[in-house]
Design a protein around this ligand. Structure first.
Ligand SMILES: [Zn+2]
Length: 190
């Protein structure tokens, strides 16, 4: 199966690998199962909670990559797209980029975890506020908090080969080396 092009949103081309649909379904199923087994919800509430949890996870994914895209735009070397796979996504950059300074790679990589940390703080506040009001919404807000903190902030910063932490660690040693003066692509084209 081919990647599905979802269209252009916020100047980014969005596309989804077949694994993204499987990932979303499995995540929905897993969260619903947790709702029944761990938190003792009725089946219907657990399925609704699982669905909302999986939607929140994808919103957290989009938010994280929006952070990368903002950071990239500021460097003058913008992101081109967003590719969903499994339960995560990858920022896509143009193939024809010139060699970039280490600081640019690092700035683009830091943008995602930075905005995810801010969203984790907001979700943590929501979890506290909803605690006396509703167990259902408190658990959803708590899931959103832990998801943003553990997956999109701390997890993203862990050097695993495909993460932001890996990119940062790869370019950090070159940060202090003198770099060539890099001209942004669009200026070169002008
Ligand atoms: Zn990232």
């Amino acid at each position: 199966m081919q990647r599905l092009k979802l269209g252009e949103v916020g100047r980014l081309q969005w596309e989804a690998s077949p694994s993204a649909w499987i990932g979303w379904t499995l995540l929905w199923g897993l969260l619903s199962w947790c709702g029944v087994k761990l938190f003792k919800f009725q089946g219907r509430d657990a399925i609704l909670g699982g669905f909302l949890g999986s939607v929140l996870h994808f919103l957290a994914t989009i938010w994280h990559h929006w952070g990368h895209s903002r950071a990239a735009a500021i460097t003058g070397f913008p992101m081109q797209g967003l590719r969903f796979w499994g339960v995560l996504a990858t920022s896509v950059y143009p193939d024809d980029e010139p060699p970039l300074a280490a600081a640019i790679h690092i700035q683009r990589a830091v943008g995602g975890p930075l905005v995810s940390a801010a969203l984790a703080a907001l979700a943590g506040l929501l979890a506290l506020l909803t605690r006396p009001l509703s167990r259902f919404w408190h658990l959803l807000a708590s899931f959103f908090f832990w998801d943003n903190l553990l997956v999109f902030t701390l997890g993203a910063l862990t050097p695993l080969g495909f993460t932001d932490g890996h990119t940062i660690l790869r370019w950090l040693p070159q940060l202090t080396r003198p770099n060539l003066v890099i001209t942004p692509l669009k200026q070169v084209r002008d």
